[in-house]
Design a binder for this molecule. Structure first.
Ligand code: 9MR
Length: 512
């Protein structure tokens, strides 16, 4: 099994998750800031269980700084969505170009991430010259391609999808220039060439719709059994896991993973996403969360499942809408890079929400929504509108909940007044105070902390809006334009830069 090394990043380095959780609890009980340092990432949670949690990415996306920031911090493994494919790396026979793939491996090195190489031999995104070759020349061309690419990325790529999508839906072999020229032998030939070029890389066969028991996964099972019997170098099976809420969850995914594991192979979930017919609604979103959760649980339950890669982490860069018109919303983060309920479902499955040990049991799933109720960024008041939504399946006791809205103080008095002007739950149940951050960050040297004296939020319920306001006691001016939690939207939307804690555990938002 590939080992997962805990990464060092952010401000807590490789602190064990349990300690991280305990710190969060202790700091929030003493009123200190629970900053980003205490929130374990998806990868850290997975790594604590011996797995990785990764994402696909693509070169154009890396120029999006906010996107790259999350990619580099939340995920411990990346897969290039396109830049190691044949049409990019050898568009003309014998002319190799690894520049784009090198950008991906460079990003990974900078962020202490591993890379799954994707993919050496595939019928798609294949330059036309390969299909035009006389069949007697295909094997040599394939071997050369594999040799050049796997040699180039030796040391930078930990696993290769050597052959991608070899099967049709019914389990018959897909025709391709490789199959047409060599029959099924092309697969063993490709694996041997990859092993010769990079003996340290884990070598995979990768396909979609092989996540559950069925004809296609049976075909993969028969193929890998035969390859292992013949002593062909093969380390694992990649299950892409492009799921859709309208097609149901794969039949017995865990048992299917386990049968491959029992052959002595690693298993990886390589391209997870869960699309739906748009528009999204609460029921589809709940089904999606449950699918993400079930995939995570299946991987955790199978020791040889080495990790999970999502096929990009945000709806902003999903392949789905262009391929399946009318479908989308398939990823863990929305188009504004805010985590969706599926993100907390994965965190929960990875043990994230009760990692602190606390009182035991789950603290509950909440999200924060925000609107800007202030027409001026430069006046003497800050007016966040806030509401909380219970996205989980259990009631949440509001007296356990705190919320943080970060801002910068600017010049003037260091003392504050804060107000709740109106809320359908009654302002008398809402507590609020301004706290100076122990570790000030850009845009976030203070935060408004909101709490509740009591009340319960049922699953699916919302507090309704809480109209908040704060000022300095000398009524000096703020500059809200660079405030961490500030947003210009005037209707309620999910707010990832407002953090929510239940019993001191972070359950929503990205801290500064
Ligand atoms: O994410 C990739 C997308 O940008 C490309 O347009 C598409 C073209 O085939 O390939 C996508 O990635 C595919 C992956 O390489 C293999 N499994 C299915 C993925 C989604 O199509």
């Amino acid at each position: 099994m590939s080992s997962v090394k805990p990464r060092r990043h952010g401000r807590h380095g490789g602190l064990p998750v349990l300690l991280v959780g305990a710190l969060t609890l202790a700091l929030s009980l003493t009123g200190g800031p629970a900053n980003a340092a205490q929130q374990a990432t998806l990868h850290e949670l997975a790594a604590a269980q011996g797995k990785y949690f990764g994402s696909a990415t693509d070169n154009p996306e890396l120029t999006d700084a906010a996107y790259a920031d999350i990619l580099g911090s939340e995920f411990g493994q990346i897969t290039p969505g396109n830049s190691m494919k044949w049409d990019t790396t050898e568009p003309v026979q014998g002319q190799f170009n690894f520049a784009k793939g090198d950008v991906i491996t460079g990003f990974a090195a900078q962020h202490d991430q591993t890379v799954r190489g994707h993919t050496l031999v595939w019928h798609s995104q294949l330059p036309s010259w390969v299909g035009a070759l006389p069949s007697t020349q295909v094997e040599a061309a394939m071997t050369r391609h594999i040799t050049e690419e796997a040699t180039h990325y030796r040391g930078a790529v930990t696993a290769w999808d050597v052959v991608n999508e070899p099967f049709n839906e019914d389990g018959t072999y897909r025709t391709s220039p490789f199959y047409n020229a060599m029959g099924t032998d092309y697969i063993a030939t490709a694996l041997r060439a990859a092993h010769a070029a990079d003996p340290d890389a884990k070598l995979y066969l990768n396909d979609y719709n092989i996540e559950g028991l069925g004809a296609k996964s049976d075909a993969m099972y028969a193929l890998v059994s035969e390859l292992l019997d013949e002593g062909v170098p093969l380390d694992g099976v990649g299950m892409q896991a492009h799921l859709a809420v309208q097609y149901g969850f794969p039949y017995q995914m865990q048992a299917n993973m386990q049968r491959f594991a029992d052959l002595g192979l690693d298993v990886a979930v390589t391209e997870l996403d869960v699309r739906m017919q748009l528009p999204a609604d609460a029921a589809k979103t709940a089904t999606q969360s449950s699918y993400y959760q079930q995939v995570t649980e299946a991987c955790l339950a199978v020791e040889r499942c080495v990790g999970i890669t999502v096929w990009d982490y945000t709806d902003k860069y999903s392949w789905v809408p262009s391929t399946f018109p009318g479908q989308g919303a398939a990823n863990l983060y929305d188009e504004n890079l805010s985590p969706k309920p599926a993100h907390s479902a994965v965190r929960t499955a990875l043990g994230g929400q009760d990692g602190g040990g606390g009182e035991g049991g789950e603290p509950g799933a909440l999200k924060a929504q925000y609107r800007n109720s202030d027409s001026s960024v430069g006046d003497n008041q800050i007016k966040p509108g806030l509401q909380l939504v219970n996205t989980g399946t259990t009631p949440v006791s509001l007296s356990d909940v705190t919320v943080r809205y970060w801002f910068t103080a600017g010049n003037g008095a260091a003392t504050y007044n804060s107000w709740c002007d109106w809320s359908p739950i009654g302002c008398s149940t809402v507590t609020h105070r301004v706290v100076a951050a122990d570790t000030p960050e850009a845009g976030a040297d203070h935060y408004l902390e909101v709490g509740f004296t009591g009340g319960t939020l049922a699953p699916g319920a919302t507090t309704g809006e809480i109209q908040l306001r704060l000022n300095k006691t000398d009524w000096s001016l703020f500059d809200e334009s660079d405030d961490y939690s500030y947003g210009s939207g005037t209707s309620y939307a999910d707010a990832s830069r407002i953090a929510v804690y239940v019993g001191g555990e972070p359950v929503w938002g990205i801290e500064p």
